[in-house]
Design a protein around this ligand. Structure first.
Ligand code: GDP
Length: 197
């Protein structure tokens, strides 16, 4: 898929106020600092469509972008950031779960994972939550430029082993680097393919 246009639509914390156009929608979520904003900018060939976070955990909103006037890219708040107070953490979780449980046009969620890290329980639990709610998801491994090819292979293998403890089949996954522009075509082509189904 070629990106012809990518524009910000709106931010809010209420799924009921999300855009009304019935376009297919793809959500991006992950731990704070995983590289989500950088990835969104890389995928859309924009320098600052998504704001790279100076202060992680600050951008606690559902952000809609419209791509090629044909699908929505949704930037969701990062989770698992300790500096967010307990009460705001709770609220954040609620509006996120509302989003996932109520947004009918959501096609798939991409869960972002830093390729350097061992499987983290918060990510695995989130994938389980998606599974229980029958929300299709894929995994995007970020910051692949930080590892050598052999180490990437090892990390992916370990991650898959961990997933297979819970899941019968592996979700689609992608290896990306925003700084080296790796994985753009793979993710966009996957979106295009699922969009046509
Ligand atoms: P977010 O909080 O998930 O939106 O993460 P950001 O996109 O703001 O990135 C967090 C930090 O990781 C920043 O310092 C980025 O420069 C860095 N980063 C993001 N993507 C990459 C990548 O692909 N490679 C490298 N080396 N660093 C990255």
């Amino acid at each position: 898929m070629k990106i012809k246009s990518a524009d910000f639509v709106m931010s809010n914390s209420d799924v009921a106020k999300c855009p009304k156009r019935p376009l297919p929608e793809y959500a991006f979520i992950g731990r704070s600092n995983v590289g989500k904003s950088s990835l969104i900018n890389m995928l859309t060939n924009r320098k600052s469509l998504a704001k790279t976070s100076g202060r992680p955990g600050k951008t606690q909103l559902i952000n809609h972008f419209i791509i090629n006037d044909s699908w929505y890219l949704v930037d969701l708040p990062g989770y698992g950031y300790a500096r967010v107070s307990k009460s705001s953490k709770k609220k954040f979780q609620k509006f996120i779960t509302n989003y996932f449980e109520q947004r009918k046009q959501l096609v798939l969620a991409f869960v972002l994972v830093d390729i350097r890290h061992e499987p983290q329980s918060i990510d695995l639990e989130f994938m389980e939550y998606l599974g229980i709610n029958e929300i299709p998801f894929g995994i995007i491994f970020t910051k692949a430029d930080k590892l050598k090819p052999k180490a990437i292979e090892r990390q992916i293998e370990d991650y898959c082993q961990e997933l297979l403890k819970t899941w019968e089949a592996l979700p689609p996954y992608f290896i990306t680097s925003s700084s080296k522009k790796i994985g753009q075509d793979e993710v966009l082509d996957f979106i295009e393919a699922t969009n046509e189904e």
